[in-house]
Design a protein around this ligand. Structure first.
Ligand code: ATP
Length: 208
């Protein structure tokens, strides 16, 4: 089974691409963001460590994590960002491995926003990077999160550069156009992945 690591900068279109892969091809998706959210729920592995490190100020009144506050904290303080990543990344890595082992398909998509930064590329066979012009990325991020250009730029700058991502890319999706253009590229990639997954029919674990 071919493991495709999908990555890209913030608001580059990872969720949109995953939805299209699922919609067109029923490709199984493992999403590191979903895993991270799950791990940080009360009583889950990472929760106690996060609260221990950051204190009660990152909790809401119902004791769930105040994600907005935590996000602000890590984007304004590189040490806090590193501490959160030290807690989460090994656990995310473990879960990604576990969930990958449970899949049966020609290929699966592992959506890992920090694939390059966390060096999780050893978990995948190919790296698929979403490319987007910096100005369009800024605009989509601002619109989606209803934030200022300054706030959006701080979030973009906290990640690795697009050049660093592209240097690791086996395949690239251009997300500078509309959803139709995106869909066409995903169909082509689907054909390619079926072909190189070696001997797999035009089907997957869902039998479609
Ligand atoms: P994050 O890094 O925060 O997880 P992401 O990489 O998953 O974000 P999306 O949420 O998929 O990015 O996309 C960011 C925004 O851009 C969304 O509002 C989405 O609807 C929009 N978008 C993505 N691709 C396109 C496109 N081809 N045309 C127009 N809008 C798009």
């Amino acid at each position: 089974m071919l493991k495709i690591g999908l990555t890209g900068g913030i608001a580059s279109g990872k969720s949109t691409v995953c939805t299209l892969f699922e919609h067109y091809n029923k490709a199984p998706i493992i999403d590191a963001d979903v895993i991270a959210r799950h791990l940080a729920e009360p009583d889950k592995e990472a929760y106690a460590e996060i609260v221990h490190h950051f204190g009660g100020e990152v909790l809401q009144s119902d004791k769930t994590l105040n994600r907005k506050k935590l996000r602000q904290l890590i984007f304004s303080d590189p040490t806090a960002k590193q501490a959160l990543e030290n807690i989460l990344h090994p656990k995310i890595r473990q879960q990604v491995i576990l969930q990958s082992q449970q899949q049966q398909a020609c290929y699966i998509i592992l959506a890992i926003p920090l694939l390059i930064e966390s060096k999780m590329y050893d978990l995948v066979d190919r790296i698929l990077v979403i490319d987007i012009d910096p100005s369009l990325q800024l605009q989509r991020l601002q619109q989606r999160d209803n934030i200022s250009a300054y706030q959006a730029q701080v979030m973009i700058d906290a990640q690795c550069s697009q050049q660093q991502r592209l240097a690791h890319a086996d395949d690239i999706i251009d997300n500078n156009n509309d959803a139709d253009a995106l869909g066409k590229q995903i169909q082509l990639l689907h054909q390619k992945y079926i072909k190189i997954s070696n001997g797999c029919q035009h089907s997957n674990s869902h039998g479609q």
